[in-house]
Design a protein around this ligand. Sequence first.
Ligand code: GDP
Ligand code: ZN
Length: 356
Amino acid sequence: MPIKLEELGYDSFFESNRKALGLDNYSMSRVIAEYRGAYRVKNAAGEYLAEVTGKQMFDAQSREDYPAVGDWVATTELDPERAVINRVLPRKTLLKRKYSGRSEAQVIASNIDVAFIIESVDRDYNLNRFERYLAIANDGDIKPVLVLNKIDLISEPELDSKASHTKKRFANIDVILTSAIHSDGLDDLAAHILKGKTYCLLGSSGVGKSSIINRLLERDVIKTDAISHHTGKGKHTTTAREMYFLENGGILIDNPGMREIGMTDSDTGIEDVFDDIAALSGDCRFRDCTHTHEPGCVVREAIERGELDEERFNNYVRLQKETEYYEMTELEKRTKDRQQGRFIKNWKKQQKKGDY
Ligand code: GDP
Ligand code: ZN
């Protein structure tokens, strides 16, 4: 039985773009895996190994112009196993990762509707980490849902406290409590997964992403291994799959790039998550106010009046500094580090001389 494009996530958004671009003589296919220089695409007729046309390579201005997993592409089939990608359709959402020392972001996947952002409640549980991943989701227009996993490992009062803190901080975002190994809360999670929509799981290594995916697929597709977390190797070496089709019609993308995401993000995403702070800071007396000591600083005033959480503000400042650092080029970084090194050396020297 041939599958319908809707089962792969096709909808009116892509259809209207296909029409607008006049792509009547092509098949619509979805990119389900990316290899070195080639792609696996799936459409109503089957699966193909596909390459982009020379024309498209010529037109590509940046990495973002190339196909990514999750993309809808216009294809021409060459034979039952091979196809050519003629064009990438406009994207609904885009999951990207910024690299230090490079201006271009790495495209990880596209057209994801919802990102489940996962943390383990037992150790390293940290609301600021959620904030980072939220910035990434926000930046790509992806709707976030927060998942607190491994709830079997802590006491009920402890869980209540962590859950209520999380819900308080992220009042507009759904929060789900799960235990992947005890299959607790997985129904809640599954209830967020709708037919024809695309999902991904974001979170640090070891939080239980593979375990949750295996539960959702009701079979062990992805190897879970506590030991491999330390080396960061060994996972995904046996499977080239990057897109999974769930029983209930939901689509899940999981690829190596997604697993590496998290420690870098773009400043616009941060501004969105902290849009209240960003809005406030526009009213400070000085345009370049650092919100530390300046007179007429409305951010400090809001903190003093108890309207803005100081910890949250500090996190905003820290994330911004980190982003600035990530976005510096390697040369700028080396210069900065060297200046700092020289400063410390001089300071030590002066100290010895008794100048301080
Ligand atoms: P990933 O790196 O995010 O994919 O994490 P894994 O799914 O590989 O899980 C890491 C480890 O945590 C494995 O040993 C899992 O068995 C364990 N784990 C995952 N979910 C749970 C959970 O809900 N409770 C407990 N106790 N352990 C879990
Ligand atoms: Zn200020």
